[in-house]
Write a protein that binds this ligand. Structure first.
Ligand code: F6P
Length: 373
């Protein structure tokens, strides 16, 4: 096997706290332990398509462990295996039904990697970005995957970095609306990110002592949530906290879509269910309700100590995996151990979702939390 001398790091998909600590750990381990040359691919897969590489030295990663976001920038639109075609004026080319047309431009990216002499590519991504990682691996690129998403919904890993920071922010949000909600005897609804998985809402909801937690995995009956709030009020509790996942579904199974981003690989952006739930609860209970959407506040800012440690472990383990020749694999946390799993297995699986009958839901229910079921 060809000796590994030059590696590149790419951050793709929605950013999250912990990306920079991973970049730092990979770069430091690669340079100081193995004497490798390290490059960064800027702007995620978009940069890979355009050959946008920069050299990374120890000095570039020295002060980044506390920084949120990614010094390499990211893009969550660019699937190079299904890339929207544009004409010479930069306009999208559409078919007769007005739909975007697509082409596979992954060979262009592979050529850039070959031309730059990159021996292995470290891809930090969630479900969508790691699907492309698997597809590049199938094309013969030596890929190492590192699991990233605040949603914590990636199969085959217990925790992704970014999740701990995001739930701390969400819990702080619940704590803050609690005091104002209490002062005004209101129902305070907080909408929390997480797309199709309720992990963030469930964890923050338990930590922030929510009275109701609404998640995509448990369709809610708004009448039941209202009944719980009215019962609490009858028992003297004058305010309520409702943690609602942006992907929460009412009994009809529908999610509230904020917008559709046509040229994005995953085009649906959720949002608005918090306001809807607040409005419905106000009508059904007669109590005043307010909605707050935490949105990208959960994804920004300084990574927690836990995420910095997890990111450092992942970064170190990823370089070790590379030097062992474990390509097409992803580092993963299982229990308290970092192991590695095949990207084929990770991507073949459904995303990891909350078990409606699992331990965490039982814990919450024992605390009197209503899931609307
Ligand atoms: O997957 C991470 C995530 O932050 C989700 O929780 C959220 O639904 C989505 O990304 C938001 O994406 P964007 O940054 O494109 O609005």
């Amino acid at each position: 096997m060809k000796e590994i001398k030059k590696i590149a790091i790419l951050t793709a998909g929605g950013d999250c706290p912990g990306l920079n600590p991973v970049i730092r750990a990979v770069t430091k381990t690669a340079i100081t332990k193995y004497g490798l040359e390290v490059y960064g691919v800027r702007h995620g897969y978009f940069g890979l398509y355009h050959g946008d590489f920069i050299k990374l030295g120890l000095e570039d990663v020295e002060e980044i462990i506390t920084r949120g976001g990614t010094i390499l920038y990211s893009s969550n639109k660019d699937n190079l295996f299904q890339y929207p075609v544009k004409d010479e004026n930069g306009e999208f080319v559409r078919d007769e039904n007005g739909k975007l047309t697509y082409e596979d431009v992954s060979d262009v990216a592979v050529k850039h990697l070959d031309d730059a002499g990159i021996d292995a590519l470290f891809i930090l991504g969630g479900d969508g970005s790691l699907t492309s990682a698997r597809d590049f691996s199938r094309k013969g690129v030596k890929v190492i995957g590192i699991p990233k998403t605040i949603d914590n919904d990636l199969a085959h890993t217990d925790y992704t970095f970014g999740f701990d920071t995001a739930i701390s922010v969400a819990t702080d949000g619940l704590d803050r609306v609690r005091t104002t909600g209490m002062s005004h005897h209101r129902i305070m609804v907080v909408e929390i990110m997480g797309r199709s998985a309720g992990w963030m809402t469930l964890h923050a909801g338990i930590a922030g002592a929510a009275d109701a937690i609404l998640i995509p995995e448990i369709p809610y009956d708004i009448e039941k949530v209202a009944a719980k709030i009215k019962a609490d009020k009858a028992n003297g509790k004058e305010f309520s906290i409702v943690a609602v996942s942006e992907g929460a579904k009412s009994l009809d199974g529908k999610q509230v879509v904020l917008k559709v981003i046509e040229d994005s690989a995953d085009s649906i952006r959720l949002g608005g269910v918090g306001a809807l739930v607040a409005d419905q609860l106000e009508k059904l209970t007669g109590s005043e309700a307010r909605a707050t959407t935490l949105g990208h506040i959960q994804r920004g800012g300084t990574p927690s100590a836990h995420d910095r440690v997890l990111s450092s472990r992942y970064g170190y383990a990823a370089v070790e995996l590379c030097m062992r020749g474990g390509f097409g694999r992803m580092v993963s946390l299982q229990g308290d151990k970092i192991i590695d799993v095949s990207l084929e297995d990770v991507i073949g699986q459904k995303t990891k979702n909350v078990d409606p009958n699992g331990e965490l839901v039982s814990v919450a229910k024992a605390m009197g939390v209503c899931f609307g079921d």
